[in-house]
Design a binder for this molecule. Structure first.
Ligand SMILES: *Cc1c(COP(=O)(O)O)cnc(C)c1O
Length: 402
């Protein structure tokens, strides 16, 4: 697709065509999967010319091949960023992006509700190299200004928050950060490049666990970093220095998943909304944490900033004894228990946000479960959950009677 027309195209069209160059590949719709380490050159002059172009073109397997560039081009275009980069996992994307902007003696502000392994990376790796880390209340908004110090280099956001789905006021945070020359990094895995336009809202570096909805089929690990123009070089350099890259087959899975991401996301949202609404009316459920649901925490900010919602949310149950909760989870027919999400299948996971908060206190009284609503018929999913609630009640009644 030429640049002139690209600017006029709508998002679903870009998702379908960006990064596709059939004329370069004998007319094949999809790019070949290049398995390459060594890239050879016919002459010294050709090699020198290739090496002179920094971070462009094919020079070595780790620096990317046309397979890599196809997905990078598509991701950057859809989110509205300058360029994208691919690494081996979402967590690798987080670490390479952070390490691009900090040195010993610097300070970073990190949302208290970040993805657990991101918190561990900050607490263990960043601190070990002399970087100060302050976790902040994700609902702080413009109040972040008071936490910015002369040595603060990064405000790290994740909206909605992991497990508990707090929506952050990213435009307000970005305005406060930029006023002090601080970069805004945002984990946009839940929003996806399709539902949350990071750069429009002031984000400098958008991070994705492409493992989730971009791959979309639970069969590959992949991370992506999309940046504005100013942040491209620092992140790309950090990636080169650390030796990060992604495997060609995983990149291909990412590209293949991306082509259908819009239709999948729309279905995930429709089914999740249906099930979240139903759960809200269940006597076992104290609160549904799905920002797309009217009345849910963060709904107003979600409506202002997001263009849609994916299939992931949590529920807080009324206090219930563990044997019953375990019986519910152990006997599910369709909801499988396991980490990750964004694939076609439904998942359920007991979670413990209280163990992962230091700047705020988790106030939920009952057990928390995170649900990923897959592409099954929502009626079958509701029947599965309904039977699960019955198992929970009957088991706890039996335990109480003993
Ligand atoms: C899963 C996840 C990650 C990590 O991605 P991996 O590909 O599993 O390393 C990062 N951020 C969020 C919000 C996630 O859910």
């Amino acid at each position: 697709m030429d640049k002139e027309h690209q600017g006029m195209m709508r998002k679903d069209t870009l998702l379908t065509h960006l990064g596709s160059h059939p004329r370069d590949n004998h007319g094949a719709v999809n790019p070949p999967v290049y398995h390459a380490s060594t890239i050879t050159f016919p002459t010294v002059a050709a090699r020198d010319a290739a090496r002179a172009k920094k971070f462009e073109g094919v020079t070595y397997g780790r620096s990317g091949t046309p397979t890599t560039f196809a997905l990078e081009e598509a991701l950057a275009g859809i989110e509205g960023g300058h360029r994208a980069m691919l690494v081996s996992s979402g967590l690798a994307a987080i670490s390479v992006a952070m390490l691009a902007f900090v040195s010993a003696g610097d300070h970073v502000l990190v949302a208290d509700t970040v993805y657990g392994p991101c918190r561990i990376f900050c607490d263990r790796v960043l601190k070990r190299f002399g970087v100060e880390v302050t976790f902040y209340d994700p609902l702080i908004g413009a109040g972040i200004a008071e936490l910015i110090r002369p040595n603060t280099k990064v405000v790290y956001c994740e909206s909605p928050g992991s497990l508990t789905f707090e929506i952050q006021d990213i435009p307000a945070i970005a305005a406060a950060a930029h006023a002090r020359g601080v970069k805004v990094l945002h984990d946009n895995t839940w929003g996806t490049p399709y539902f949350f336009p990071s750069f429009k809202h002031g984000v400098d570096v958008s991070i994705h666990a492409a493992t989730k909805y971009i791959v979309g089929h639970s069969d590959a690990m992949l991370g992506a970093i999309v940046t504005n123009e100013e942040c491209f070089l620092p992140v790309r350099q950090s990636m080169a220095e650390l030796g990060y890259c992604a495997g060609p087959d995983d990149i291909y899975f990412g590209l293949r998943g991306l082509r259908t991401m819009a239709v999948r996301l729309r279905q995930h949202q429709e089914s999740a909304t249906k099930i979240a609404t139903w759960l809200q009316g269940r006597p076992e459920v104290a609160q549904v944490l799905y920002p797309a649901l009217p009345g849910a925490p963060g709904h107003e900010l979600w409506k202002r900033d997001f263009l849609g919602a994916c299939g992931l949310f949590s529920i807080i149950l009324h206090p219930a004894a563990k044997p019953g909760v375990d019986a519910m989870l152990d006997g599910m027919r369709l909801f499988a228990m396991g980490a990750s999400w964004g694939g076609f299948e439904s998942l359920i996971l007991p979670s413990h946000p209280e163990d992962l908060r230091t700047a705020t206190r988790w106030a939920g009284a009952g057990p928390v479960m995170r649900l990923h609503i897959g592409l099954e018929d929502p009626a079958d999913l509701m029947a599965d959950l309904s039977d699960g609630f019955d198992r929970m009640r009957l088991t706890n009644q039996a335990v109480a009677a003993e």
